[in-house]
Every structure is written in structure tokens, then in C-alpha cells.
Design a protein around this ligand. Structure first.
Ligand code: UFG
Length: 325
């Protein structure tokens, strides 16, 4: 298939593009490089710099001619910082809602039949029940989660009205590295890369945001999932989607790891003691977020091949300790 990958210069998008190429697909990456890196785009993928808002104009003189040649699109380009979404909600509305809605219309107008969308566990907010299933109530607690939920709903309507085959993949906590591609955000907020930077001595300490949660060790529990397993779910979704249907799948391992579990794993993998300080809670953090990914297993045949936290941390460590990320 010929696939458009928006956000293919980013952490997850570059791994999705890599896996698509490895499976013999053709890939064109559209990315404005606002947070992504040109050198993360895999060799063998075409690259066009630009915003998703302008996809029709950018991709060829008439735009639609080029887009009409795609068998599908994977849309990952987005602003994705929860804290930033609280301080600058307009950016999330403009990038994630306006940009994505316009991209969906452009793709439908051009006759692109399939779309796999990068959604998030943040749509569920602070869930009442864990593991979280796809039919859990969606009550996002930040504009980032709101913006992704808005597009999940646009996709449901577009599938029903226009016959698009659409899939929303709701990622839990993505970690690890694949084929030389890992997390390298200018503004890093995620636990695993921050802990690895502390292990490298690039940070003076790692701050644990709260140890008074109602969890076994008092720190927040998350469901970490390897970036290559996340990428593989996109390939399965692209192959398994049906015209006129919008499907939603949670992507996680179904295992909860606390912040302290993650830090212990980082110490074990790196062989280095982390300078840890406990501070107050970070606003908006749910105590426990663990996925039920039963649906993805049953309907897509998705089985995470790298479920162990040690492997995720080990793969990320191999990359950052080589100075490659
Ligand atoms: N944490 C720390 N110290 C840090 C960084 C994180 O204690 O320096 C804690 C957080 O408080 C949280 C856990 O580690 O309890 C994981 O935090 P991350 O920032 O790595 O990930 P989040 O769970 O906040 O974010 C993930 C996704 C988001 C998504 C969100 C939904 O990365 O895209 O889940 O809650 F929006």
C-alpha cells in the first residue's frame, strides 16, 4: 500500500514509518518539524515538510491528485504535551482539532479510503474502573485529551456519512526505542527518558510527582507499552479496517507499573543509582491508568511482542547511552 504518515518525523511516527517500510509499503511523511526531526524519517520514505492543515495544497499542484494515490493515511501529527495544553489550550484546538478535521476532509475528498488515527488514554481522564475498556466513559481532564476525543468523534461521523474506514488507537504510556529511533523531545516530560537522562548525569535529580496516591507504593501506576508494539498495531489496523466503520482500540499491555517500579527498572538496566526526590503531585495525573487491550487482541490479532518493562527501558537506554538520541 502507499501510505501517508503525518508526524512521521516524531517519536512514534518515525517508528510507524519504519515498520511500514519494513513490511514493503510505500511511505510519504508529512511533518512540519515543529517537534520532530528530519533525520528520524527513515531512509526510503518520501518527505514533505508542512502542516496537516495545508495537506491539500502541499501535496502536489492540486494536492488532491497526489493524495488520491494513497491507499491509506496514518495521522500522528499533533501537539502532545498535557501541561502545555492546560496553559495554551488554543494551540491544541488549532493544531489537533482544526488541523485534523481539515486533514480528514481533505483525505475523504481525495478518495483516500483508510485512516488510522493516533488517539490517547487521556480521553478517559481519571477512569472509574481499571483495566480501562473502550466503552468506559470519556471524561478528559485536559485540553489535550479533549482535542483527541474531538477527532475520534469526527472519525465516527465521517465513517458513517462518507464510508471512510477509520480506526482510533488509544495509546497508554509509550516507551522504548526501535531501529535507532527513540524519544528526543526538546521539552521532555515523560518518565522513562527523564530517568535515563538522570542516569546519564544530564539531570541533577529525578522528581517523583507524589507518593501519596491510593496505589500499592503511593506513586502513580501506568501501563507502559513498547513503541514497536504500538507501531505494529497501526499496520494491523490499516489492514483490518472496514469501509463505513470507526473502530477504537486501547493499546497497552494490561500491566501496571508504578513510578517507583520504573525507577527501579532504570537502576537495574543502567546499573546506576538515581538521585530521586519526592515532590507534590503533578496536576491532572490520574492515580492508575491500565488498559484492557482485549479488543485489539480479538479483532486485530494484536499481541505485544515486547511486554517487559526491562526491554522497553533497555532499548531506550541502548540508544541514549550511545549518544544517538
Ligand atoms: N512522573 C514523575 N516524574 C517525572 C515525570 C513523570 O514522577 O519527571 C510521573 C508522572 O507523574 C506520572 C508517571 O510518571 O505519574 C508517568 O508520566 P509521563 O509524563 O511519562 O506519562 P503520563 O502518564 O503523564 O502521560 C501519558 C501520555 C500522554 C497522555 C497521558 C494520559 O504520555 O500522552 O498519559 O494521562 F496524555
Amino acid at each position: 500500500m502507499r501510505i501517508l504518515v503525518t508526524g512521521g518525523a516524531g517519536y512514534i511516527g518515525s517508528v510507524v514509518a519504519t515498520r511500514l517500510l519494513e513490511e514493503g509499503h510505500q511511505v510519504l511523511v508529512l511533518d512540519d518539524l515543529s517537534t520532530g526531526h528530519r533525520d528520524a524519517v527513515p531512509e526510503g520514505a518520501e518527505f514533505v515538510r508542512g502542516r496537516v492543515h495545508d495537506a491539500a495544497e502541499i501535496l502536489g499542484p492540486a494536492g488532491l491528485d497526489v493524495l488520491g494515490g494513497f491507499d491509506g493515511a496514518v495521522h500522528l501529527a499533533a501537539a502532545s504535551l498535557v501541561a502545555e495544553s492546560m496553559s495554551n489550550p488554543a494551540k491544541y484546538e488549532e493544531n489537533n482539532v482544526v488541523g485534523s478535521s481539515r486533514l480528514v476532509s481533505t483525505l475523504v475528498d481525495a478518495g483516500v479510503p483508510r485512516l488510522v488515527f493516533s488517539s490517547t488514554a487521556a480521553v478517559y481522564g481519571d477512569p472509574e474502573e481499571v483495566p480501562v475498556r473502550e466503552d468506559a466513559p470519556c471524561r478528559p481532564v485536559n485540553p489535550y485529551g479533549e482535542s483527541k476525543l474531538a477527532i475520534d468523534r469526527v472519525l465516527a461521523a465521517t465513517a458513517a456519512e462518507k464510508g471512510l474506514a477509520a480506526v482510533s488507537l488509544r495509546y497508554f504510556n509509550v516507551a522504548g526505542a526501535y531501529a535507532g529511533r527513540g524519544e528526543r523531545h526538546t521539552t521532555e516530560t515523560h518518565l522513562v527518558p527523564i530517568a535515563l537522562e538522570a542516569a546519564l548525569g544530564r539531570r541533577p535529580e529525578i522528581v517523583v510527582y507524589g507518593d501519596d496516591y491510593p496505589t500499592p507504593d503511593g506513586t502513580c501506576v501506568r501501563d507502559y507499552i513498547h513503541v514497536a508494539d504500538i507501531a505494529d498495531a497501526h499496520l494491523l489496523a490499516m489492514a483490518g479496517c472496514e469501509p463505513g466503520q470507526h473502530e477504537i482500540y486501547n493499546l497497552g499491555n494490561g500491566n501496571g507499573s508504578s513510578v517507583r517500579d520504573v525507577l527501579a527498572t532504570v537502576e537495574q538496566v543502567t546499573g546506576r543509582k538515581l538521585p530521586v526526590r519526592v515532590a507534590t503531585r503533578r496536576p491532572g495525573d490520574p492515580a492508575v491508568l491500565v488498559a484492557s487491550a482485549q479488543r485489539a487482541a480479538e479483532q486485530l490479532g494484536w499481541r505485544p511482542a515486547r511486554p517487559r518493562l526491562e526491554q522497553m527501558v533497555g532499548d531506550a537506554w541502548e540508544l541514549v547511552s550511545k549518544g544517538a538520541a
